[in-house]
Design a protein around this ligand. Structure first.
Ligand SMILES: *Cc1c(COP(=O)(O)O)cnc(C)c1O
Length: 431
């Protein structure tokens, strides 16, 4: 085990001034135990902690770092922009350029409103759907995470799943009652929700590839069936592409899978590592937003030039030929290696993957929804996680988060990770 005394000291210090020592719950390693790594810097595929240890990193800032960390061209763009000012409370050319680029890549995105986080994108998408339909209720899926706004923090995945907090304290029951929860990959459960609330559902919100209960791909025909059902009942389909947008293809994953969303949420990658979010869709919905329409939404730092410059630079690099082929090949290599590791170790489990998003579930033979994900052996995952950290591999500290492969990961990085995972699995099996 590499030294971690500086991280441990920082963790102790942080507990005194920051609730739970972190500014976002999953970072506290609560699901796996121990003091989290405090990060000093990161570059390419590597993370360096406060004790000077180097890790191959598959957290990738939970998705944004698709180019690897501190990509020199993005870093240069941010530095250049910083010299020209970092926020004006006035519109900029850069915002127009980013909106145009997103609009050219996402078919339904006639209009794009930039916000500062995926959470805000979710809040705004819901408010738009409720305003457009005049209806109050929404349908979401167990295990899907759409940010931490009140209406969407019901049976959410991500940190809520790791910490076994299906709902949050402080969310009024009256509001939570407007959120119905269906089962991912189970179209009948969506039908049941519509039957339970006839004429009252404003929207169905879904991750086109679920990535916050671990990675769970949609089964063949599931998303088109959800879209048809929503439209049949006069509800909107909101595709939450905060993770999948520009990660699986240059644009919206849902559109690539043949689904036409009414509203798309974006975030993470489109900010190039800086805080960002976006709601996009047809003019008939997006033009309901103030100042054009009656739906209020605002943000002091929305569309801030540092995020927009970083996002523009990142998207331009992703547009280069070979990007998504490389991510697919790297993902396939990792999937094959981890599947063999499970088989060689006689360890029950499965690897779910779409492109460069991947989760190895320890225990269940297949995972198609949150219930099956919850059947994982989280105690064994915790041992596996620490055994990987001991081998200088950093993966998300939860069974229910995706591993993110970036363009900076070489085949050697992936092969080293597979070998480490093999040994870590063996170690984890010993208890
Ligand atoms: C991360 C995430 C969000 C929330 O984005 P924040 O920027 O963390 O507020 C919403 N939806 C999905 C699918 C996400 O993965």
């Amino acid at each position: 085990m590499a030294a971690n005394t500086k991280s441990t000291d920082l963790f102790t210090r942080a507990q005194k001034v920051i609730p739970g020592a972190v500014n976002s719950p999953v970072r506290a390693w609560k699901g796996v135990g121990g003091a989290p790594l405090f990060v000093e810097s990161a570059r390419g595929p590597y993370l360096f902690d406060a004790d000077g240890n180097r890790f191959i990193d598959f957290v990738a800032s939970y998705g944004p770092a698709i180019l690897g960390h501190a990509h020199p061209e993005v870093a240069k763009a941010i530095a250049e922009q910083a010299n020209s000012g970092f926020g004006f409370g006035a519109p900029t050319r850069l915002e127009v350029e980013l909106a145009e680029l997103i609009s050219s890549a996402v078919r339904c995105a006639e209009r794009v409103r930039l916000v500062s986080s995926g959470t805000e994108a979710g809040m705004t998408a819901l408010r738009l759907a409720r305003a457009a339909t005049g209806r109050p209720a929404i349908i979401k899926f167990d295990g899907c995470y759409h940010g931490h706004s009140d209406s969407l923090l019901v049976r959410a995945g991500s940190g809520g799943m790791t910490l076994a907090v299906p709902d949050s304290a402080g969310v009024p029951a009256e509001l939570a009652a407007l959120t119905m929860v269906a089962t991912y990959n189970d179209i009948e459960s969506v039908e049941d929700c519509f039957k339970a609330n006839p004429g009252r559902v404003a929207a169905v919100i879904v991750e086109p590839v679920a990535a916050n209960m671990g990675v769970v791909p949609p089964s063949q025909g599931f998303l088109p069936a959800v879209a048809d059902l929503a439209h049949h009942h006069g509800a909107l389909l909101i595709c939450d592409e905060v993770i999948t947008g520009f990660r699986l293809n240059f644009g919206a994953a849902s559109e690539r899978m043949g689904v036409q969303p009414d509203l798309v949420m974006l975030g993470k990658i489109i900010g190039g590592g800086m805080p960002v979010g976006a709601v996009a869709g047809p003019a008939r919905y997006l033009d309901l937003l103030a100042p054009k329409g009656p739906v209020y939404q605002a943000g002091t730092l929305s569309g801030n030039p540092l995020s927009v410059r970083a996002g523009l630079e990142t998207l331009k690099i992703l547009q280069r030929p070979g990007t998504y082929e490389r991510l697919e090949a790297a993902g396939a290599r990792m999937e094959a290696g981890l599947s063999s590791a499970l088989a060689n170790c006689d360890a029950p489990g499965c690897v779910n993957r779409v492109g460069s998003l991947l989760t190895m579930f320890l225990g269940p033979a297949q995972v198609r929804n949150a219930e099956e994900a919850r059947g994982s052996d989280t105690a064994k995952f915790a041992r596996f996680f620490h055994a990987l950290i001991d081998r200088n591999i950093n993966v998300p500290p939860s069974q229910f988060e995706a591993m993110f492969i970036s363009l900076a990961h070489s085949d050697d990085d992936i092969d080293l990770t597979i070998a480490a995972a093999h040994d870590a699995l063996k170690q984890a099996a010993r208890g």
